[in-house]
Each structure stands twice: as C-alpha cells, then as structure tokens.
Design a protein around this ligand. Structure first.
Ligand code: SAM
Length: 288
C-alpha cells in the first residue's frame, strides 16, 4: 500500500471512491509529510504505545501511527470513509476502526475493551468545529492518558497555553493547564491540507500531570469561580463573582477574597491557577 501523505495519492483515493468532503464534519486531510512527522515525533510514539486517533479521514496519519505504535484505534464518524479505510489500512493488523461520534463514546469502556484499560496517547488532526469539546471530554472524564498531540486552530492552541495577564488567558487556559502541561510543537499553514481550511493551525502537545495542578476541596466550585471570573472580563473579581451564579453575595465574596489574600479590585485574567485554587477553597468555606 502506497503511503497516502501526498497531494497526488490523496486526490487519487478521494476520486476513486467518489468521496465528497464534508465541511460540517471538519474534513481537511493532511498532505504534508513534514508536519506528519512532527506529530509522530511530538508524541514520541513507540512500539509500547496504545493510540486513539480521532477522525482518521482516509487514514493518512493512521498509517504512520500503525507503523510506530503497538496498537491504534481510530474513531471515525463518517460512514462513507469506512470502505476507503478498509483499503488504506488493510495491510496493518494493529489498527481497528470504530464508526462512532467520539463525543458520544464511552471512552473508558473503549479503552478497557481494546487495550485492557492501559493508558493511551491521543493523536489526531481534529475536526475544528469540535476541538475543545473533544479535548475536554478526554480530560474531564479522567480517561487514562499519557499525552495528547493534536492539530487544532492556532487561536485555540494559543488560548490553551496562555499565561496570566495575557490577552489569550481565559477559562480554557485554566481548564487545560489544571490537567496538563501544554507545549506548542509547530505552526501549520492552510496549504498543508486538502481542502485548505480558512484558518491557521497548530500542533500542540498536552502532557498529563500526575495529579491536577492544584488541589482543591471542591472541583466544581473551582470551575464555577473560573467561569464567573472570566465571564465578566472587565469587572473586578468582587463584582464578577458577586453577580454570578456562584450563589454568594458581595459580603461573602469580600470575605473569601480576604481569606485568599487576593485584592478585591483584581481581575480574573491576572490570577494564576494556584490563586484560583486558593480562592475556590475560600469560596467553598464562606458558602458552607
Ligand atoms: N486524520 C485525517 C487527516 O489528518 O488527514 C483527517 C482529519 S479531518 C481534520 C477530521 C476527521 O474527523 C474527519 O475524518 C471527520 O469525518 C472526523 N470527525 C468529525 N467529527 C467527528 C466526531 N464527532 N467523531 C469522530 N470523528 C469525527
């Protein structure tokens, strides 16, 4: 089987099967070998690794993963790609394709069934309309993960790795950095895909921390505080938190900020994750 990673072979396969690209499913297929290698190297894939790929498309990245990994499970929503994948992945016995919407899958069950519950690497050129929900599903459901190396829109990657006090820092930065250490691997121009997307892309690696970056009494309160703090970006923490659905009044927020030793006129975007953790515990205390 010839490798798919070239514009010529990708076009040939697409034509042979009369495949129609679906914009709404985020179908932009990779045709740049240099980027493909950076994804594989970025995830340090070895023969010990179990890999989940989300959205194999015609199988371009899947072929390379199958060469390097122990086993690969590729989850593809689009039925019309199944006959193509049967051909392009035919020679590899360590790959299986699951026809499903990854957002509806029981990931723990999948990993148990396919890999005996062993930790996995998630490697994917993600469909851009659902990058954040897919990544957050793997993190929030506490799927056993080693790392995730994913191609996503540049703006989203920038937000994931942003530091406090920068314009990109927001609820997504805190959510991702709570679980992971993010690192940008490479920027990717639209010309690396067929058809070309309208946006710039980035390959980012999210390495799972052994335990979340901060230990809090109640995780739900942490994320409520984060959402409230960034929901009203131009407001001070005092105003943002007391006018949110956190269920605490101004006096209680003042009390919590004092306990956390955080000035009440600071804004959410200046707080580190550690400070959010301390504040969440103080809010939990004044609420109880
Ligand atoms: N991996 C291929 C490549 O790099 O050339 C294709 C990547 S393309 C950006 C995204 C793929 O995800 C498409 O094949 C699309 O059909 C699939 N997809 C879209 N939404 C999905 C979902 N909710 N669950 C699983 N796959 C999905």
């Amino acid at each position: 089987m010839e490798r798919l990673i070239s514009p010529r072979i990708t076009k040939e396969v697409v034509q042979k099967y009369g495949f129609k690209f679906s914009k709404s499913l985020g179908q932009n297929f990779l045709i740049d070998e240099n980027i493909l290698n950076k994804i594989i190297d970025g995830a340090s894939v070895t023969k010990e690794d179990y890999v989940i790929e989300v959205g194999p498309g015609i199988g371009t990245l899947t072929q390379a993963l199958a060469d390097q990994a122990k086993e690969v499970v590729a989850v593809e929503i689009d039925k019309s790609l199944l006959p193509i994948l049967a051909e392009t992945l035919g020679p590899w016995e360590n790959v299986s394709v699951v026809n499903a919407d990854v957002l509806k899958l029981d990931l723990h069950e999948l990993i148990q069934e396919k890999f005996g519950g062993a930790p996995v690497k998630v490697i994917a050129n993600l469909p851009y309309y659902v990058t954040t929900p897919i990544i957050m599903k793997f993190l929030e459901e506490r799927v056993p993960l080693k790392n995730m190396v994913v191609m996503i829109q540049k703006e989203v990657a920038d937000r994931m790795q942003a530091k406090p006090g920068t314009k990109d820092y927001g609820a997504l930065s805190v959510a991702v950095q709570y679980y992971c250490e993010p690192k940008i691997i490479t920027r990717v121009p639209p010309s690396a895909f067929i058809p070309q997307p309208n946006v710039e892309s980035t390959v980012i690696r999210l390495t799972l921390l052994e335990s979340p970056r901060v230990k809090v009494k109640e995780e739900e309160i942490l994320f409520q505080v984060v959402r409230a703090a960034f929901g009203k970006r131009r407001k001070t923490l005092l105003n943002a938190l007391s006018s949110s659905d956190l269920g605490v009044g101004k006096e209680q927020v003042k009390d919590a900020l004092t306990k956390a030793k955080i000035e009440e006129n600071r804004r959410g975007e200046t707080l580190t994750i550690e400070e959010f953790g301390i504040l969440a515990d103080a809010v939990a205390e004044v609420k109880s």
